[in-house]
Design a binder for this molecule. Structure first.
Ligand code: SAM
Length: 229
């Protein structure tokens, strides 16, 4: 129901403005963390590095406008901005966006090519050459994923890059015995998605898959898809 969806979103927003903010700021930072968090940090960094490499390999990054939807603390936004791309980054959590702003200030002297906003991704407007949404689908049940991806697709002139936790028998078993998503599952639900479902949604929006990758560490699993018009 609509009410449930609003509640879901409110829970996620409150989580990422409170305990989730502390947890993920540490994981996405470079201070001391526990072993599980370190594993997730390394896995997530691999996803970031793969996306940055794809875009750099194309050789036109500084001419691109990019929307980083659900930007977190700016882990992707910062390297893309440093490469000269024009980046619009937003997140539902004011705390995450505040941390992103802080980090940008620390590493960039004149960040005129980055714009930040606090907003949920359903209210992002505009047109971007490339829309990127990494590790956000974990907060969306599969029945809501189509609408979410459809909206992002409507903002993307030529390309949409997504990453999500894949739903596989192996990961379902892991999750059951409680090893998977050791942190966030305590306070927010974690949704995995079947790759075929996500590809179908992308195709229904007029996209085809160009590049794909998979990052698996002990505690971090993320399927990466680049879809083009
Ligand atoms: N994309 C970033 C990255 O890979 O570094 C952050 C990933 S983090 C696991 C998920 C982020 O999605 C959080 O910062 C959270 O606030 C944000 N988020 C969750 N639901 C959202 C929504 N409906 N709209 C915008 N951001 C959302």
């Amino acid at each position: 129901t609509i009410k449930n969806k609003i509640d879901d979103k409110t829970v996620v927003k409150e989580y990422f403005n409170a305990t989730g903010f502390e947890r993920w700021r540490n994981i996405y930072g470079n201070g001391t963390v526990n072993k599980v968090q370190l594993d997730i940090r390394k896995g997530h960094q691999q996803t970031i590095d793969k996306v940055v490499k794809w875009l750099k390999d194309d050789g036109n990054l500084s001419q691109l406008s990019i929307c980083d939807a659900g930007c977190g603390v700016g882990s992707l936004t910062i390297p893309l901005a440093q490469e000269g791309a024009t980046v619009f980054a937003s997140d539902i959590s004011a705390k995450m966006v505040g941390e992103a702003a802080e980090k940008i200030k620390q590493v960039m002297t004149n960040p005129t090519n980055v714009r930040l906003a606090v907003q949920d991704l359903e209210s992002i407007r505009g047109e971007y050459d490339t829309v990127i949404c990494l590790d956000v689908l974990i907060h969306y049940p599969t029945e809501d994923a189509a609408q979410m991806i459809g909206h992002l697709a409507s903002l993307a002139k030529s390309r949409l890059i997504l990453s999500f936790a894949p739903k596989t028998a192996f990961l379902t078993a892991l999750k059951k015995i409680g090893e998977f998503f050791p942190g966030p599952s305590k306070t927010t639900r974690a949704y995995q998605h079947k790759e075929a479902d996500i590809i179908k949604i992308l195709e229904d929006n007029g996209f085809t898959i160009k590049r794909r990758d998979m990052t698996s560490t002990s505690f971090y699993y993320s399927r990466l898809l680049e879809a083009v018009r």
